[in-house]
Structure formats: C-alpha cells, structure tokens
Design a protein. Sequence first.
Length: 170
Amino acid sequence: MCRIVYPTLGHDDGSLPHPNSIGVMVLRDRNDTAEADPGNVVSQGFLGIMYLQGRHGVPQNYEEAFRLLTKAATQGASRPSVWLGTMYEGGLGIPVDLEKARELYRRGAERGELFGCIFLARLLASGRLGSVDQSGALRWYRAALSLSGVADCVELDEARAYVQNHSDDG
C-alpha cells in the first residue's frame, strides 16, 4: 500500500493518523460503536474508510461504511468518493455498479487522489466496462505518476509498467 504524506494527515510509517490528530472527533458510545461528528466531512470519510477496511479497532461493517462514505462523498470529499467506488466495483454490501464506480474514481482522480487514479486506470484497462480503454488507462496511470507527496509503492510500480508498455514513445 502506498504512503501519502500530508503534513497533518499522515505518519512516516504509512499508517492512518489517529482521528484526534486531525481534529476529527470519533466518539465511542456505551455500546462501543464508533460515531463520526455529524457536521464534519473529514470525520465521516475517515470513519467510513475504517468501517470499510475494519481498521483501528473499528469492526468491518459495509452498511455503516456505505452510509458514511456516501454522506462524505455527497459533500464533495474526494478520498471517500474513491473508497465508495471500491464498494460499487466490488459489490461490497451493495450491488455491483461499474459505471458508478468509474464516476466516483474519476471524481477522486481529478482531485489528485492517488487511488482514484490507480483504481480508475485499472477499471478502464480491465475491459469490465465493455471494452478496454487503453488511452484512458494510460492517462490516469500517468496522472498517478505525476502526483507529488506520494512515496514509492507497488501501485506506482504498476503505473510505471503500464505506461512503459503502452506508450507510443515507450
């Protein structure tokens, strides 16, 4: 997994920050369930990703992940849009909808989200949308390679290999 370094959002070891370190309130109620600050899109997105992946002591719960990621994505958050796209692509607790996944990945990719670029490129290259879109995949893999603040990782190796193997000049 790639490590994206944001001055206040990342750790050198690649782990996600603790919610309190980015001004996000994640509370535990008496039933030991996590809650996002209802007015904070960062909190909603962060907790939605935790529910999706089952991380940081939050149990995997696709229904709750879908609710929170949808709420954050509807408010314009790009990273939650990308992870919501993975739910649509993989049918994680919801019916598979590849067109919706593509739109959500595109939304994140256009805002500079590494995994938005990578996941969109993969989907376009796969042919699962009806045909292989090599030029579209090439565009988004190149976009991933042009991002700053991203540590070297297997996703960027994937992008480099695709660009090398599919470029007119490469």
